[in-house]
Design a protein around this ligand. Structure first.
Ligand code: NAX
Length: 336
């Protein structure tokens, strides 16, 4: 990366964008590294974006060197080091999933091509907008000059939700709950899994498997816990009257920080939806699937060799099937 890290955010004037921008501008993710922000929006949101730019100036963040507001992906992504794709076509009432995929496939084709054309060859791209896994797949397919390893989609929010629910159940700090995994799609078919590799890290460094700590709650872990995490986003909408923004922005920032700055601690994993080029865990190659990942030196590595229960294998197949259907729907759009 150059001296000044160039970060582009699409959908910057939206709910998540508004909560994410200060986490990036304040140094929460990249420390005291100088950063330049490129805020990308569609024309109707350009005025709101200008207001955000004014607020950023008023924050006087020491590391923020410049803020560009634009509706042109080529301008936003030029030599960008990091791109966060939050902007997308929202699901509207009565809209079918295939309509959502159609609208977003067109947007993410444009994003992918612009990344291919002008971004830094080392750019790292995190896709937040839904359907996140398939949007990410479309973008990386269109950006053939950028390695697929430089892309991921956000399942980190689901990961944090799962960690938090286990911590509440055990009455411990979230920080002691390690290696829960979100498998598959960022949708209601995802499989939040606390038992395969999850452990509690005690103050003296002892690792106690969650499977033994939750031995009396195995029914809960395989039923209520799973549906609670799968439906958490919907539940937040019901209660807050708007979709998760604060927690989504925090998870986006934490995902970037773990992936690109700190890496994971030895033996620890986080959940990231990544391009499955190797057929990890028997999942079909060629889709973006959330796996347990270790991060080091700006790269992610899927943790291999975990032994999955029959229940887990069954759940993985369900979410894999949904992703294959999304892939087909996206292909239908692209082949038109
Ligand atoms: P908002 O509707 O508040 O903001 C989206 C913004 O994107 C709007 O300002 C809109 O003008 C802009 N936009 C639309 N099309 C664009 C384009 N082609 N180029 C640039 N900007 C464009 O939604 P928000 O609550 O911020 O959510 C953003 C996305 O995150 C949605 O797709 C949402 O479903 C998704 N989420 C993903 C999560 C995840 O964990 N992966 C969790 C939270 C959230 O649901």
């Amino acid at each position: 990366m150059n001296n000044v890290t160039k970060i582009a955010i699409s959908g910057a004037a939206g709910n998540i964008g508004y909560a994410l921008i200060p986490l990036l501008a304040s140094g929460y993710v990249f420390g005291d590294r100088p950063i330049e922000l490129r805020l990308l929006e569609i024309p109707h949101a350009l005025k709101a974006l200008a207001g955000i730019r004014m607020e950023l100036i008023d924050c006087a963040f020491p590391c923020l060197t410049d803020v560009l507001c634009t509706t042109d992906p080529l301008e936003a992504f030029e030599n960008a080091d990091v791109i966060v794709l939050v902007g997308g076509y929202p699901r509207k009432q009565g809209m079918e999933r295939k309509d959502l995929i159609q609208a977003n496939t067109n947007i993410f084709t444009t994003m992918g091509r612009a990344i291919d054309d002008v971004a830094s060859p080392d750019v790292k791209v995190l896709v937040v907008a839904n359907p996140a896994n398939t949007n990410c797949l479309v973008a990386l397919s269109e950006a053939s000059s950028i390695p697929t390893k430089n892309f991921c989609a956000l399942s980190y929010l689901d990961h944090q939700r799962a960690k938090a629910q286990i911590a509440i159940k055990l009455g411990v700090s979230t920080n002691c709950v390690k290696n829960v995994t979100i498998w598959g799609n960022h949708s209601e078919t995802q499989f939040p899994d606390a038992l395969t590799d999850g452990y509690f890290l005690s103050d003296n460094g002892e690792k106690i498997p969650l499977s033994s700590l939750l031995a009396n709650d195995l029914d809960w872990v395989s039923t209520d816990f799973v549906t609670l995490v799968q439906n958490r986003g919907k539940h937040v909408i019901e209660v807050r009257g708007n979709s998760s923004a604060l927690s989504a922005a925090q998870a986006t920032a934490d995902c970037l920080k773990t992936w690109l700055v700190t890496g994971t601690q030895d033996g620890e994993t986080v959940s990231m939806a990544v391009y499955n080029d190797k057929g990890y865990y028997g999942i079909k190659k060629g889709i973006v699937f959330s796996f347990p990942c270790e991060c080091k030196d700006g790269n992610w590595y899927v943790k291999n060799g975990l032994s999955l229960s029959d229940l887990a294998l069954e759940k993985l197949e369900i979410t894999e099937t949904e992703l294959l259907e999304e892939l087909e729907a996206a292909h239908n759009v692209l082949s038109k």
